[in-house]
Write a protein that binds this ligand. Structure first.
Ligand code: SAM
Length: 228
């Protein structure tokens, strides 16, 4: 296993996908209002959201349905979704508009850059990573997000009382997550569940979870908190 991220994450995580006219309209009209700038400089979440509140960040929200449900249920939190797949961003923005969310923002940029350069240290109370790309082929495992280097970013942005929530439906990735996270003394496992989709931990079911369950996969859910 390597702890190196390929240089240009966006080049391989960005998938081709058909954009509907409604999604394109959402990108054109809502993204300028709800989107974050390029992650080349720090920003203050209180400025972005117009208020101070605990910050929930989700990496790779896909089509955003489950993230919009989370945001709608948490009006007292500031909620930031990070996703590079444009049709998914468009879909998510439409759902957020429909739900009338005021406390919701989106970054269309690589999460590694957002966590490295843009979010202040210790600013995230809850970091969600649900069903990250599994990169099943062994020669592609180095592209997986959960690696020791990713934990440096988690350590950078997670607040003292913060928690990292992860879920996957790939057994081999679950083993990697257990190994990488357990080896990091800065985090401790507060919750670990293995189930068949009936016991998601503090989250709605997601699109990729349903896809995995149809394939007969099992689901792993973790909550990792700062140790000590
Ligand atoms: C397998 S999908 C899961 C989507 C959603 N979380 C779900 O469970 O339905 C993984 C998503 O992560 C996004 N992604 C992967 N790497 C990313 C990165 N470095 N920054 C932002 N998004 C990323 C992909 O575009 C993709 O939509």
């Amino acid at each position: 296993m390597t702890d190196q991220h390929p240089r240009d994450v966006k080049s391989y995580v960005k998938r081709p996908g058909r954009m509907t006219p409604a999604q394109q309209r959402a990108l054109d009209t809502l993204l300028p209002e709800l989107g974050l700038p390029e992650p080349d400089a720090k920003l203050d979440p209180a400025d972005v959201f117009g208020r101070s509140a605990p910050l929930l960040v989700e990496i790779g929200f896909g089509n955003g349905d489950s993230l919009v449900d989370i945001a709608a249920a948490q009006p007292d939190w500031n909620v930031l979704g990070i996703e590079v797949h444009e049709p998914g961003i468009g879909h998510c923005l439409l759902m957020a508009e429909r739900a009338g969310l005021q406390h919701f923002r989106v970054s269309q940029y690589d999460a590694v850059a957002v966590l490295t350069h843009q979010l202040p240290r210790a600013s995230v109370t809850r970091l969600n990573l649900y069903f990250p790309d599994p990169w099943p082929k062994k020669r592609h495992h180095k592209r997986r997000l959960v690696q020791p280097r990713f934990l440096e970013l988690v350590d950078r942005v997670l607040a003292p009382e913060g928690a990292l929530h992860i879920a996957t439906d790939w057994e081999n990735y679950a083993e990697q997550i257990d190994a990488v996270l357990s080896a990091d003394a800065r985090l401790r496992c507060a919750v670990r569940r293995e189930h068949s989709g009936e016991r998601p931990y503090e989250r709605p079911q997601t699109k990729f979870e349903r896809r995995g369950l149809k394939l007969g996969h099992r689901i792993w859910d973790w909550c990792w908190q700062r140790a000590g």
